[in-house]
Design a protein around this ligand. Sequence first.
Ligand code: SF4
Length: 186
Amino acid sequence: MQIRLAAELQKDSIVDGEGVRAVLWTQGCSHNCKGCQNPQTHSFEGGALIDFEEVKSWIDELEGHQGITLSGGDPFFQPNECAEIAKYAKSKNLDVWCYTGFDFEVLVRRSKNDQGILNLLNNIDVLVDGKFDISKKSFDALFRGSYNQRIIDVPKSLKENKISLVEKFYKEEKKYNPLQRKNMYI
Ligand code: SF4
């Protein structure tokens, strides 16, 4: 099995989720968010096809990382492949964050007819969802590019059948940014 990636696994990130993380930049995205910072990851023919064994060996080499982050591009355009990698990371005691331009509700709806999406959702701990909205862009938004994007506890949201945000991050953000946060969320 292979996955189309924009780059090799990026180690030691502290901005793509909680703790020190390794980021897997998937290739392919058709959301076309205005102001996207990674337009080179949009083409579905770009990047390179990488064997799973190679990706697994990158994960095996990680030391001192809390987890991996699936980003892109949009990992949900390769749900089966990303689900396998997420599952492998979890087997190594790494947690899994994922960034997507899809809304969580859309993914849940599609997962009823798409086993890959269901598998991927079932192997993600935290999902940062929604398109990047340049009118809500802020460098103060914790772990995301614009305030409309949500930091979602996926296992809890799936179990309770309603969106559950990871409140600790919003509290932390509010501590440092009480004025700007007001009225910024949709
Ligand atoms: S979802 Fe992400 S990669 Fe895709 S266009 Fe939007 S910001 Fe760019």
